[in-house]
Write a protein that binds this ligand. Structure first.
Ligand code: KIV
Length: 273
C-alpha cells in the first residue's frame, strides 16, 4: 500500500530550516561520511547531515582537518547523498579549496555540487573569505558559514580551546555573523564559544545558528557522529554528550567472533552450504 503523500517525510531544504527557526523548532545535525552510516542517520530522522572535513580525523586518522583533499570530500559527499532520502546534505569545503581566491572557490564549490549532488556547502571564516562566499552564492549554491573555533585555522590559533572569550574577538565574530547573513548564507555553525555570546548572535540573526560547544541558546546542535556514538574514545571535551559506547560494543562483538573462529564454533552446520 502506498504511503499517503502528507505522511511522507519532507525533504529538508534551506526554506524548511528557516521556518524551523521562525517556529522555534530546534534543528538536529550530525556528521556522516559514508553510505551505511548516512542511511541510519537519515532514517532516524535527522534534519541535516554534515559531511564534515572532520573525516580527516575520524575516517583517516589525521591530527588536523587540513590534509583532506577536495577529491576525498567529494568521495565522502557522494557516498552520503546516495543514502539519503530526507535530510539536507551539507559538504564541507576542505582547506585550500577556497581561501586562495574567489575563482578557485567557485570552481571547488561547483565540483562539490556537480559530483556529489549535495544540497549545500560549508566553509570556515568571515570577512577574510567573503568574496569567495559571494561568488559561490552568485552561482545559486547555498552556503553555510562556520565561525568561532574554525579547525582549518588551528595553526593560527595554536590550541583547540574556547574562542571569542575576549571582547575584541567576540565583536569580530558578531560582525562576521552579520556580514555572512547579509551576503545570503542560509545558516551559520558556531563552534566552541561562550554560550552567552552564541545566544546573543542567534537572537540577533534571522538565519539559523547551529552550535557545537556553544550552549543551548542557539537554533540547533551538531556533533561528530563518531564522538556521540562513543566510537572515538580519545576525544572528551566538556560539550560532548556520549549516547552510546560503540567502542566497547564493537570490541565485544569482535572478541566473540575471534573466540568462535578459534574454537571452531563458527561456522556451524546451518551457516554453510
Ligand atoms: O567538520 C566537522 O565535523 C565540522 C563540525 C564540527 C561542525 O565542521
Amino acid at each position: 500500500m502506498s504511503v499517503a503523500k502528507e505522511q511522507r517525510p519532507k525533504k529538508i531544504t534551506t526554506h524548511v530550516l528557516s521556518e524551523m527557526k521562525m517556529k522555534g523548532e530546534k534543528i538536529s545535525m550530525l556528521t556522516a561520511y559514508d553510505y551505511s552510516m548516512a542511511k541510519i542517520v537519515d532514517r532516524a530522522g535527522i534534519d541535516v547531515i554534515l559531511v564534515g572535513d572532520s573525516a580527516a580525523n575520524v575516517m583517516a586518522g589525521w591530527e588536523t582537518t587540513l590534509p583532506i583533499t577536495l577529491d576525498q570530500m567529494i568521495y565522502h559527499g557522494a557516498s552520503v547523498v546516495r543514502a539519503v532520502n530526507t535530510a539536507m546534505v551539507v559538504v564541507d569545503m576542505p582547506f585550500g579549496s577556497y581561501q586562495g581566491n574567489s575563482r578557485e572557490a567557485i570552481v571547488s564549490a561547483i565540483r562539490i555540487m556537480k559530483e556529489t549532488a549535495a544540497d549545500a556547502i560549508k566553509l570556515e571564516g568571515g570577512s577574510e573569505i567573503i568574496e569567495s562566499v559571494n561568488r559561490i552564492l552568485s552561482a545559486g549554491i547555498p552556503v553555510m558559514g562556520h565561525l568561532g573555533l574554525t579547525p582549518q585555522s588551528i595553526h593560527k590559533f595554536g590550541t583547540y580551546t574556547v574562542r571569542a572569550k575576549q571582547e575584541e574577538e567576540a565583536n569580530k565574530l558578531i560582525e562576521d555573523a552579520h556580514l555572512l547573513q547579509e551576503s545570503g548564507v542560509f545558516a551559520i555553525v558556531l563552534e566552541k564559544i561562550p554560550a552567552t555570546l552564541a545566544e546573543k548572535v542567534a537572537k540577533s540573526l534571522t538565519i539559523p545558528v547551529i552550535g557545537i560547544g556553544a550552549g543551548g541558546g542557539v537554533d540547533g546542535q551538531v556533533l561528530v557522529i563518531h564522538d556521540m556514538l562513543g566510537i572515538n574514545q580519545e576525544f572528551s571535551p566538556r560539550f560532548l554528550r556520549r549516547y552510546h559506547n560503540l567502542y566497547a560494543e564493537i570490541t565485544g562483538a569482535v572478541s566473540n567472533y575471534i573466540e568462535d573462529v578459534k574454537s571452531r564454533d563458527f561456522p556451524n552446520s546451518r551457516e554453510q552450504y
